[in-house]
Ligand binder design. Sequence first.
Ligand SMILES: Cc1cc2nc3c(=O)[nH]c(=O)nc-3n(C[C@H](O)[C@H](O)[C@H](O)COP(=O)(O)OP(=O)(O)OC[C@H]3O[C@@H](n4cnc5c(N)ncnc54)[C@H](O)[C@@H]3O)c2cc1C
Length: 381
Amino acid sequence: MDFTLSKEQRDIQKAAREFAMGEFPDRAQEFDRNETFDLDIWRKACDLGFVGVFIPEEYGGAGLGFFEHCLITEEFWAVDAGMANAVLTATFGAELLGLAGSEEQKRVWLPPLVGGKAIMGTAITEPDAGSDVTGARTSAVKDGNEWVINGSKMFITNGDIADYLLVFCATDPENPDRHRRHSFIMVETDRPGYEANKIHGKLGIRANDTAEVAFTNVRVPADNLVGNEGDGFKDLMGFFNLTRLHVAAMGVGIARAALEESITHIKKRHQFGVALSSFQVNRFKIAEMATRIRAARSLYYEAAWMADQGRMDHGLIAMAKWFCGQVGVMCADEALQMHGGYGYIDEYKVQRIYRDAKIVEIYEGAKEVEKTIVANTILGR
Ligand SMILES: Cc1cc2nc3c(=O)[nH]c(=O)nc-3n(C[C@H](O)[C@H](O)[C@H](O)COP(=O)(O)OP(=O)(O)OC[C@H]3O[C@@H](n4cnc5c(N)ncnc54)[C@H](O)[C@@H]3O)c2cc1C
């Protein structure tokens, strides 16, 4: 088994690292403190080809695999998670368009994402339907040649800045099969009746927009249905198989950031007349962090590589998402501990890493959901 990256993949990795190192460090604290972002950085990333690399060439993308998207994600997250997400989640939903969208829909909605002309998002979660996505109640009712959408969605990435959102709607709410009740419908956010309220006070990834969004009699053409009516849940599971890989790469990226900060700090800081790096307890922490990072990366590499071969392993992907998230959170915790009181202050990057890391265990299926999937694949339901 050969785990060596190709020259092209190593070049992508290096270029991503250089881009992030050039753009992120000087602005990360400002964006974190102010909960803002400069979209020129996203446009620059689009110009340089880092955004939506998995989108096929015929729709303006690089036509690379999801694996390469994960490589870029890991590099960006290893420098700053909030800015990384502000840049890379601008295509959030393109995966689903790729899986279920019609030719016409892909031609209209994919190229602007790669060209820095449009931002998208995907709205599934509702105030009363989080882990249980089948409980989503936002309704879409056919009226002539249009869908009329009513309801609200919670915690929507890019909700306040997106040009269009894929919305998980109940189109057949009384269907006795909960998995046949929903469909995805694209909503352009300039349609009358769409409203977004930015959520302030997030623990981390504060450069990345998150909003609560509401739909009041929002009308979209019938053709905005993405995939078949009633296939929403099935398509969502296919979508999560890809996006969970993306999140797994985030976990490894932030774990690396934590490791790098720790190494720098414990070599520099002296107590009891010696560097903190000479205490075995800290040396063991570094050894454990580095080992966990390698193990986590192997897991997501395998899962992403298989996905690109068309071999979706739902259980393996859930393992990668859960484990990489756990490694990210554990490494961030150890890193802050090794910084002592300095780690508690936001002038130190490690504080931001600690806050940013937690999201990886929450979105795209909280860790309990991932473990449930893993257990189900082993034990059956
Ligand atoms: C910053 C941010 C960005 C987000 N972006 C998006 C987005 O773009 N689009 C979108 O649709 N959503 C988004 N989300 C929502 C996110 O996916 C949900 O928060 C997540 O799925 C969990 O749902 P919930 O918050 O309602 O928690 P709940 O479902 O209420 O769960 C709370 C806790 O209970 C556990 N739990 C729930 N059910 C079970 C069970 N059966 N067994 C064991 N444990 C269980 C969960 O694992 C969790 O730990 C975002 C969230 C955040 C914070």
